[in-house]
Write a protein that binds this ligand. Structure first.
Ligand SMILES: Cc1cc2nc3c(=O)[nH]c(=O)nc-3n(C[C@H](O)[C@H](O)[C@H](O)COP(=O)(O)O)c2cc1C
Length: 329
């Protein structure tokens, strides 16, 4: 009788705890939703930071195009004109002098120089560049040996040498991938719960179908030898406020994996998984990923060719990225 009462009490406590966690999770998701709706740049394009982001995405598309393996001249003409319009509009509203916006103008000049013999349709760009007398952005062309030269260097030099690569010249041995994933498993995780999992995808057809759902590999995905799908196990999430934990821990793991791949000499490109619920469900079906694993990101991998181009992707200065609180420090 006493045992039964104890069991009943335990079951009731577990039930009440689950109710509490459900309530917390609902409140947390509502809070996130409100924050998103009030602040996401996509919904508030009039804000300066949102306008800069739109311009960064605009120049990123062109930088990618300029450095793409199967580049065909004439690419991105509409995107280039649109970027010129965005920069003009930005400078009218917020003035000149933003480093990222200045870089966007330099990318437009590099684009124009690449198309110096292009017959027509560049009038808008020429008018813009006449008003913006900047130098052309330099998109590094590197030899494989130089790109990986800092593999054993102290961390600042090693970190500065890592870049995503969209040129793949051959297959990566399975053992190399396993070595990189083993290193990536040193990533920290909340309470050491180690949420991350890696699904290694081989075979051209399967990779192609996965990338078609992802949508960010046009022009280079077809050359990838393997795709690494990083997931995080939602079973490791312990309470409602931890609603971001799969993605936070998964994201930390992805960064560690990117460094590990770079250290192992593997060319890789991190790929977003900001897809519709339908695409997410289709990817799960395609690869047999169970419902308890949240797909976090994908990495396209391959051996790098002897020489290749890398997008410059310059960073903001420290003063724009860091804020001190509570005194001089
Ligand atoms: C979360 C995330 C998602 C990304 N998604 C894509 C993508 O879909 N396609 C792509 O070509 N690059 C993608 N990238 C690569 C970024 O464009 C690249 O990391 C960025 O421009 C900085 O360049 P770097 O990594 O060479 O320093 C992604 C990177 C991250 C971190």
């Amino acid at each position: 009788m006493v045992e039964s009462l104890k069991r009943l009490k335990r079951a009731l406590c577990a039930f009440l705890l689950r109710m509490k966690i459900r309530r917390e999770a609902n409140a947390a998701f509502r809070y996130d939703r409100r924050l998103f709706m009030r602040n996401a740049g996509a919904l508030h394009p009039e804000r300066k930071a949102a306008a800069v982001s739109e311009i960064v995405m605009g120049y990123h598309v062109l930088e990618k195009g300029i450095t793409m393996p199967h580049r065909r001249l004439g690419f991105g003409r509409d995107a280039a004109c649109r970027l010129a319009d965005l920069i003009d509009s930005f400078e009218r509203r917020f003035g000149k002098g933003d480093g990222q916006v200045d870089h966007a103008a330099s990318v437009l000049r590099a684009y124009r120089e690449l198309h110096r013999d292009w017959p027509a349709g560049m009038e808008r760009l020429d008018a813009f560049l006449a008003e913006h007398p900047c130098a052309a952005a330099v998109e590094p062309h590197v030899r494989r040996a130089d790109f990986f030269a800092a593999r054993e260097s102290p961390f600042p030099a090693f970190a500065a040498s890592r870049h995503v690569v969209r040129h793949f010249g051959g297959p990566v041995p399975r053992e190399t991938i396993e070595r990189a994933v083993s290193v990536a498993l040193t990533a920290p995780s909340a309470c050491n719960r180690q949420h991350a999992r890696v699904h290694a995808v081989c075979g051209k057809r399967l990779i192609e179908r996965l990338f078609a759902l992802q949508g960010g590999t046009r022009g280079f995905g077809q050359d990838a030898d393997k795709a690494l799908v990083v997931t995080a196990d939602l079973s490791s999430v312990r309470w409602g406020w931890e609603r971001h934990d799969a993605y936070v821990n998964g994201g930390i793991f992805v960064m560690n994996l990117a460094y590990a791949l770079h250290h192992c000499g593997v060319a890789h490109c991190i790929l977003h998984w900001s897809v519709s619920p339908r695409a997410d469900a289709e990817a799960r079906k395609l690869l047999g990923i169970p419902g308890n694993e949240a797909i976090v990101q994908i990495l396209a991998c391959g051996l790098p060719p002897e020489e290749f181009d890398v997008a410059a992707s310059p960073r903001r200065p420290l003063c724009e990225a860091m804020v001190w609180h509570g005194g001089a420090g």
